[in-house]
Design a protein around this ligand. Structure first.
Ligand code: ADP
Ligand code: S3P
Ligand code: MG
Length: 166
């Protein structure tokens, strides 16, 4: 099985959907952020505050190169580096969980663990606008998540993959 990579903005549901997809397909699942925390023995906010975003991006690429689970959820900034896109394109299928800014705003209202979301609204919106076209450009499949339960999204992914492999 080719690796399924989930991409999308913070709060689009990559980690949630990745876990559920792993359960349904009975396949190993890995989240790049959780792996970074495990390997570098520090949580994401600490890495950002003590080492900075550039170091986090280096960790992220190193992890992406190393892992080969069938289902991988990435961090929202994975599309920031061309090298990451190249790795994902070579190894698998890229699924973009497309979610509106409004919906993300609702989902992450109380979240404090995402350093790049812990900003004022203009910065959040600018980052979203910058990244949306990168996700769209590099995705093999685009799944809109607004108004859908995780279970509905998982089913939609399974259907798309089935159609792709026909
Ligand atoms: N389809 C969905 N509908 C509503 N809430 C969702 C959905 N998918 C995820 N969430 C919620 O949104 C938040 C962010 O989800 P998460 O999986 O951590 O996103 P990501 O990994 O893309 O940042 C969590 O509180 C999660 O429960
Ligand atoms: O968008 C980003 O640059 C980031 C998203 C986060 O992952 P989620 O997309 O799972 O929140 C995490 O990798 C880190 O805080 C940076
Ligand atoms: Mg996540």
């Amino acid at each position: 099985m080719k690796t399924i990579y989930l991409i999308g903005f913070m709060g689009s549901g990559k980690s949630t959907i990745g876990g559920k997809l792993g359960e349904v397909l009975i396949e190993n699942y890995l989240d790049t952020d959780r792996e970074i925390e495990k390997v570098y023995k520090q949580n994401i906010p600490e890495i950002f505050s003590e080492k900075g975003e550039e170091t986090f991006r280096q960790y992220e690429t190193a992890i992406l190169k190393k892992v080969n689970q069938p289902i991988i959820s990435t961090g929202g900034g994975i599309v920031e580096r061309k090298e990451n896109i190249h790795i994902m394109k070579q190894n698998g299928t890229i699924i973009y969980l497309a979610t509106s800014f409004k919906e993300i705003f609702k989902r992450l209202e109380k979240d404090v663990n995402r350093p790049l979301w812990n900003k004022d609204i203009a910065d959040r919106k600018a980052l979203y606008n910058k990244r949306v076209h990168l996700y769209e450009k590099h995705a093999d499949e685009i799944i809109v998540t607004d108004g859908k339960s995780p279970e509905m999204i998982v089913n939609e992914i399974l259907m798309r993959l089935r159609n792709k492999n026909k």
